[in-house]
Design a protein around this ligand. Structure first.
Ligand SMILES: Nc1ncnc2c1ncn2[C@@H]1O[C@H](COP(=O)(O)OP(=O)(O)O)[C@@H](O)[C@H]1O
Ligand SMILES: [Mg+2]
Length: 428
């Protein structure tokens, strides 16, 4: 059957499903002709930082948009092209990229900026990895810029994760403050549009900047993005309709290109695991479920146990009941029963309400105010944005909550009883 590698039959020499799997890695930067539907965005970013290529001062720019809308890709793409164009005009332009979800403090960010500048030059001085503060890192940054560059484009990705905005201020004032002569163009990227308001509060006008908004992709764009990476697979492995289905699912959810590519990859892995020679629509469906559970787990990873229990409570109301929306009070009652199951002391109803609001912010649930007439007052109705089954699975992945009833177990409590005070303790 499968050929052998190095004579050891344990390892196949040839991957039956994937040919160039690297095309499906998140960090993969596709060639220009494989970038789909972002011409206007490329033009806009280029218009802001492009002055650098002519030896003029650039504008700073903030890019907002949901995950997987091509913000990181387009920023890197334009920055690299600007660097090449500058080179052509004898201008030394550096490109610096920092992922602020990892380098989430000013010290970490400045350290990384200094280190990658050093990497790009012949700078001889030692840059300590620890034991020094931002001041020293800034010193290195200014000296390298002064010695080696006419200009630099700094991409601060996921900038909303940064605990303060000092870096922005320092970079935008550097010339004025005579720290360096190099022009500095900052591209800041945030997945959260809400960051815009906090940014305005935190910085002053010296960080003058334009704003761009990237929109989710539609199904046909997602289809093309994936078609362009079809050669990640061996010929004829992808069955007809798989890319279309994958695009349709991703478009319906969030228009997120990253998720679309991930689902495609996951479906390939799945097919390989079960020894299938092709990737089918069924594999795509299964991969999409796994991806959705992963997404919820990611979204809730920073949330408290009570937030997770509250989500689980809402999901279980929906599964065992007959409605899609539930009042805070109803979710609370269910939550109290669930706390008993996992031997946890419940928080107050008001506390739970705040947890639910936080989840709404994460995009897992939607809450809608409903007027109950003058005498009744208004109340909130909560609904899940995703399949309750996925919530149950994601929450149960938390090791301390795996005792909670599974989705199938919840399903068994028939909605026909109409029993919303269902005794959840009977599950354990
Ligand atoms: N317009 C596009 N054309 C081709 N691939 C894209 C496009 N937009 C995004 N991708 C791919 O989708 C993934 C997510 O894109 P990314 O730029 O990281 O999104 P964001 O930074 O907005 O979360 C990456 O693998 C990227 O290469
Ligand atoms: Mg990104």
């Amino acid at each position: 059957m499968a050929e052998q590698t190095g004579g050891d039959p344990l390892f196949e020499s040839h991957d039956p499903i994937f040919d160039r799997k690297e095309l499906l890695h998140v960090g993969h930067v596709p060639d220009e002709d494989r970038i789909v539907g972002r011409d206007d965005e490329i033009q806009s970013v280029a218009a802001e930082v492009g002055a650098i290529t002519r030896g003029d001062p650039p504008n700073n720019v903030m890019i907002y948009g949901k995950t997987g809308t091509g913000k990181s890709l387009i920023s890197r793409h334009v920055a690299t092209r600007a660097q090449d164009a500058a080179q052509g005009n004898d201008i030394d332009c550096g490109v610096l990229y920092v992922d602020c979800s990892e380098a989430n403090t000013e010290t970490r960010t400045t350290r990384q900026l200094a280190l990658s500048l050093k990497e790009q030059t012949e700078y001889q001085q030692n840059i300590p990895l620890r034991g020094v503060g931002t001041m020293e890192y800034y010193q290195h940054i200014w000296s390298i810029l002064g010695d080696c560059f006419d200009a630099v484009i700094v991409i601060l990705d996921e900038i909303d994760k940064l605990d303060n905005s000092n870096v922005l201020m320092q970079l935008s004032r550097a010339r004025e403050a005579r720290k360096t002569d190099a022009y500095i163009g900052v591209i800041g990227i945030s997945n959260k549009v809400q960051y815009r308001e906090t940014l305005d509060e935190r910085i002053d006008s010296s960080f003058g900047h334009r704003e761009l908004f990237f929109h989710p992709y539609d199904a046909s764009q997602l289809r093309e993005i994936m078609r362009n990476r079809e050669d990640a697979f061996q010929p004829a492995v992808l069955e007809d309709g798989t890319i279309e289905l994958c695009a349709a699912l991703a478009a319906k959810k969030h228009g997120d290109a990253r998720k679309a590519i991930e689902i495609l990859k996951e479906a390939g892995e799945l097919a390989r695991r079960i020894g299938s020679e092709t990737v089918s629509e069924d594999h795509i469906q299964q991969a999409q479920e796994v991806a959705e559970i992963n997404r919820i787990e990611e979204l809730t990873s920073g949330a408290t146990v009570h937030a997770k229990l509250a989500l689980y409570a809402l999901a279980s109301c929906i599964i065992t009941g007959e409605r899609e929306t539930y009042k805070t009070r109803e979710v609370y009652e269910r939550y109290v029963g669930i706390c008993e199951l996992v031997a946890t002391d419940p928080i107050t109803e008001n506390g739970l309400y705040r947890q639910l609001k936080e989840q709404a912010f994460l995009g897992v649930i939607e809450s809608e105010k409903t007027g109950g007439g003058r005498s009744q007052g208004s109340y909130l109705l909560h609904r899940l944005v995703t399949d309750p089954k996925h919530i149950v699975k994601a929450v149960r992945r938390d090791a301390s909550l795996e005792e909670l009833p599974t989705y199938d177990r919840l399903r068994e409590t028939s909605p026909s009883t109409g029993n919303r005070d269902i005794d959840l303790t009977s599950f354990s």
